[in-house]
Write a protein that binds this ligand. Structure first.
Ligand code: CTP
Length: 419
């Protein structure tokens, strides 16, 4: 297996595990890394050992985890400075609020934090904690400081927590953590044979935000997660990806160009520019259909018992792109609460799309959740992508896009012909 690694040997990952309930998921993460052929050394904090046993990690990775900083036997085998130089990447999953604070402050009170100061290798952090702890100004400031220093974050997911709270704080899906880290260590294997290699792709993601007055706006529940996952899946198969993102707290994997926008009009303008030399565009954004006819210059004051807002239609981004770039391979999304196939097929035709991925929304489905399922339609066929984490759904969708791109009548790498 090692011959397929860019490094010429299996990638080495130092997996740091902190003390939180999500520590049990680190066992599955270790198993996934091992399955991908990585060599693993785990480092458990004292807190982590309260949740999971070193023996479990030893069984999964074939190496005894390291724990104490001043352990004579371990230090004799591989000193902590040597250990800091050993990996190709350091991954902390789960990372607690305390760990982030220690990292931000540069503390080195235990083996893990000492290694983090001593290593010059890429550091990935997958935080997991109570939603209030994650959104606390102190934690956010620590995370921002670390991100500025180059630490790569795999943002926590939203949902019901073990503590009963609902919000953002759950450890990201372990298969997403594994995929992102492995893709950074071995970008070459997927690419050479991929039909997507070198193609220029644009992905729109997240909601748009239409201002009402200086303090209010109209938006929707889109989290941008499915769009970001599609962008990451496209990048993983060698495409050159630009994401046009509406306002979202979701984070994108490294190596993907990101253009932030707010309104539908700004998303349209950015899409027209980005699509100029692109081969394909995936429109995963939940674009607001309407905007205020006139945005109030001052904060609107409360007056009568009722308020009517005068809205006007936003431009349709996909339809505009189709008119401007007839050769562009266009993929749309359709979020439906009823008659899914009928509505999706109608949008496929109306907007001149090559493919449309439809999903059910409402009642906790798809928007701002971790899982999704898609029914994908194209003029001559359809395929179901079963319920799975959004990253896995994105990979399946990208595989289908590659298939359709290869089999469409137009040449797969057309010279864009702007009107
Ligand atoms: N879309 C777009 N421009 C808009 C609205 C939507 O490009 N102004 C794109 C979305 O990004 C998505 C597809 O069109 O890929 C379908 O979006 P959806 O909101 O489901 O469809 P609409 O055309 O807005 O139809 P409706 O709201 O009536 O279902």
């Amino acid at each position: 297996m090692s011959s397929s690694f860019v490094l010429g040997r299996p990638p080495r990952i130092l997996l740091g595990v902190c003390g939180g309930i999500a520590a049990y998921k680190a066992l599955e993460l270790a198993r996934l890394f091992a399955k991908q052929g990585a060599e693993l050394q785990t480092v458990l904090t004292a807190g982590a050992e309260q949740f999971v046993t070193p023996l479990s990690f030893q069984a999964l990775t074939g190496r005894a985890p390291r724990g104490a900083l001043l352990d004579a036997a371990h230090e004799a085998a591989m000193g902590h400075i040597e250990l800091a130089r050993w990996p190709d990447a350091v991954v902390i999953a789960p990372a607690t609020a305390h760990c982030l604070a220690q990292m931000a402050a540069g503390l080195a009170g235990d083996l893990l934090t000492t290694l983090l100061l001593a290593t010059d290798r890429p550091v990935w952090v997958a935080p997991a904690m109570n939603p209030h702890m994650w959104t606390h100004a102190a934690t956010q400031a620590n995370a921002a400081k670390l991100a500025e220093r180059g630490v790569r974050f795999i943002a926590p997911a939203s949902g019901l927590m073990a503590c009963g709270d609902i919000g953002q704080g759950r450890l990201a899906e372990v298969d997403l953590i594994c995929a992102q880290v492995m893709a950074s260590l071995q970008p070459a294997p997927a690419a050479p044979s991929s039909p997507m290699r070198g193609l220029k792709a644009v992905v729109t993601a997240g909601p748009t935000r239409e201002p009402i007055d200086p303090v209010r706006f109209i938006t929707n529940r889109s989290s941008g997660k499915q769009g970001f996952a599609v962008a990451e899946a496209l990048a993983a198969v060698g495409a050159e990806v630009t994401v046009i993102a509406g306002p979202t707290a979701s984070r994108l994997g490294s190596g993907i160009r990101r253009v932030d926008v707010e309104t539908a009009q700004q998303m349209l303008d950015a899409s027209l520019t980005a699509a100029e030399d692109a081969d394909l565009l995936v429109s995963a954004a939940a674009v607001a259909d309407y905007r205020m006819q006139t945005v109030a210059a001052q904060k609107m004051k409360k007056s009568g018992d009722e308020l009517t807002l005068h809205l006007v239609k936003n431009p349709d981004i996909l339809a505009t792109l189709r008119a401007r770039y007839p050769q562009l391979f266009l993929v749309g999304f359709a979020a439906e609460t009823e008659r899914l196939a009928e509505h999706a097929r109608s949008k496929l035709t109306r907007k001149g799309l090559d493919l449309i991925a439809a999903n059910w929304v409402g009642e906790g489905k798809a928007f701002d959740t971790e899982d999704n399922a898609l029914s994908v339609f194209w003029p001559e066929g359809e395929r179901e992508i079963a319920q799975a984490p959004k990253a896995a759904v994105a990979r399946a969708l990208v595989a289908l896009i590659a298939e359709r791109l290869a089999s469409r009548p137009r040449p797969p790498l057309p010279a864009a012909s702007p009107a």
